[in-house]
Design a binder for this molecule. Sequence first.
Ligand SMILES: C[S@@+](CC[C@H](N)C(=O)[O-])C[C@H]1O[C@@H](n2cnc3c(N)ncnc32)[C@H](O)[C@@H]1O
Length: 266
Amino acid sequence: MSAEDYKRKLSEYFFHSCAGMSLALAKQTGLLDVFYAADHPLTISEIAERNNSKDRYIEELLGSLVSAGVVEISDDSTQFHVPEVHKTYLRKYGILCSYTISFAERFNTVKECFKKDGAYDIDMLSSLNLKNIEFKVLDIMDLPTSFSEKYDWCFVQDVVNSLPIPEKGLSEMYRCLKPGHVLCLIEGALPGNMAQHVNDLHACLYYTASTFVCLPSSFQQADSAALGAMCQADDIRMALYKSGFKIIIETASERDKFSALFVCQK
Ligand SMILES: C[S@@+](CC[C@H](N)C(=O)[O-])C[C@H]1O[C@@H](n2cnc3c(N)ncnc32)[C@H](O)[C@@H]1O
């Protein structure tokens, strides 16, 4: 790659991350909802009114979204809208950009984990702060004894690679399933190695998520497995084998080249 191309690429990452931050803010402040619901262009005051926001902040954020080409503006700079055909994608990427904000929220804590004498893991559960869902917080590596042979089906997605001892979590699920019943596991199942991911931003997303989420969960001490989101299918197969499961179906995801579904029987 020429130095000029390299410079262009880095500057794009910088500029795109700014646009992504604005998109996430627009999603989380409800600004995008105003655009989804609107069937005609709106002024700044109308948008601010519908969103119960301050005009000045809306104006500034719209500046970012307009200049990034996310929102369209009238020639006299007074009205804003998102064409109907763009709304489906705006919904999808508004949510995805919000996801990267969760990386930013743990930025300083992850920075500390890098240090040799820093912590290995982050207390993920308390940082989730979920309010609109009821769930039981249990350690998958130490499930209640009352769960033994109780369940018809287990399903986990991208959890096993986040465990310090993957086979320990799998063994616990094995114990909780009724004999002959099934665990469905969606996990990273990497085709190739790092050198094969050069210039692959899909891979970059996974490595980033892994740095901010999976390692700070799984890397609890120096000898933790810490497989990470970009783990090899062989690592998962081995952990399944060690915990007693038989893989009855293994299929690569059509949508996500870095994921595979393992259907496993007790
Ligand atoms: C990469 S995230 C995947 C989350 C979600 N399943 C998904 O696909 O978006 C890994 C998840 O594993 C959970 N996890 C890590 N260690 C765990 C443990 N010991 N017991 C239960 N869950 C755990 C984390 O809380 C986190 O939600």
